[in-house]
Ligand binder design. Structure first.
Ligand code: BJW
Ligand code: ZN
Length: 250
């Protein structure tokens, strides 16, 4: 066990209020592609603005719909990995723990995490672009080349996720700001730290006095400012850190 892992375990053991911020990297080892990883990333063949924006959806609803249906199928097929499980164990042992994820998958919940908030919405939910009414997706609608129409106003149905240029859910974002301003430890896992406002949260945590730990195989703006940067895959590092945290003394 390296010094870095032991240090992280010790900081986690001593923390009273832990906040965790996750990104696509935490689900990578489950088989969910990340956004910006050059070779395997979901957007290696597409312009992100084209797929994840209201303008992109309006310009090509079929392309965006099929992209989300394919991703939904992947999310439903895959399983949480040891990184998700370790975070659920951490929640079970920590005095106060809250997790904010940028991911639209439900792998944290399926791994047993309870206090989870989705900053960028959920890929398993749908709503109308016009009246915002929730739409319950039918099996045959998933296979169609175009999105279904709203039962109430005939508007186009879209995934209930947050696209570029859209506001994050206000209550969740407010809770995230409060949490990072009042925590003593922020654990950041698997995010490139380039999409705002989520990318600002670690900087605010640090500004308010929290220790910041970052786990990522690649350095990011967050790893550069973090107190502890653990380079590596979260599915390998998190279980070791949590095991050392639970097993270690004071
Ligand atoms: C591993 C690993 C392993 C691999 N283990 N790790 C301030 C400055 C500049 C711009 C802005 C700003 N404030 C707002 C903006 C505009 C914009 C923005 O941030 N643009 C930037 C790109 C510059 N933000 C917005 O528009 C946001 N809304 C907003 O601010 O509203 C107010 C407003 C409105 C109008 C005008 C102005 C302000 C909304 C952002 C919504 C983001 N939505 C998406 C799509 C969600 C739906 C979907 O999933 O399809 O969210 S974009 C995409 O990026 C997705 C992700 O949640 C998000 C973050 O990506 P993430 O998770 O970091 O993934 P990757 O792929 O980037 O990184 C993966 C990482 O994992 C890598 O580092 C790997 O190394 C690592 N990794 N394997 C651990 N095994
Ligand atoms: Zn409608």
């Amino acid at each position: 066990m390296t010094d870095l892992l032991l240090q992280a375990a010790q900081v986690l053991r001593q923390a009273q209020r832990i906040v965790c911020l996750t990104g696509a990297g935490v689900s990578a080892e489950s088989g969910v592609a990340t956004f910006r990883d050059a070779l395997t990333g979901l957007w290696s063949n597409f312009d992100p603005e084209q797929l994840a924006s209201e303008a992109g959806f309006a310009a090509n609803p079929g392309l965006v719909w099929r992209w989300y249906m394919e991703r939904l199928q992947t999310v439903e097929r895959v399983q949480p990995n040891p990184g998700h499980t370790a975070l659920a164990q951490l929640e079970a042992t920590a005095p106060h723990f809250v997790l904010f994820t940028q991911n639209v998958d439900d792998l944290h919940e399926r791994a047993g995490s309870r206090n989870v908030h989705h900053l960028h919405g959920s890929i398993t939910r749908f709503c109308c672009t016009s009246c915002r009414e929730e739409h319950y997706l039918q099996a045959d609608e998933r296979r169609q080349p175009l999105p279904p129409h709203c039962l109430y106003c005939n508007g186009l149905v879209r995934p209930a996720v947050v696209w570029f240029g859209e506001m994050l859910p206000y209550a969740i974002l407010k809770e995230a700001w409060y949490a990072v301003e009042h925590c003593d430890l922020l654990l950041v896992v698997g995010t490139s730290g380039v999409v705002y406002p989520a990318a600002q949260l670690p900087f605010t945590a640090k500004q308010y006095g929290a220790t910041v730990i970052d786990i990522n195989p690649e350095p990011t703006p967050i790893s550069e400012m973090a107190d502890l940067y653990l380079p590596g895959r979260s599915g390998e590092i998190l279980p070791q850190v949590i095991e050392a945290m639970v097993g270690g003394g004071d």
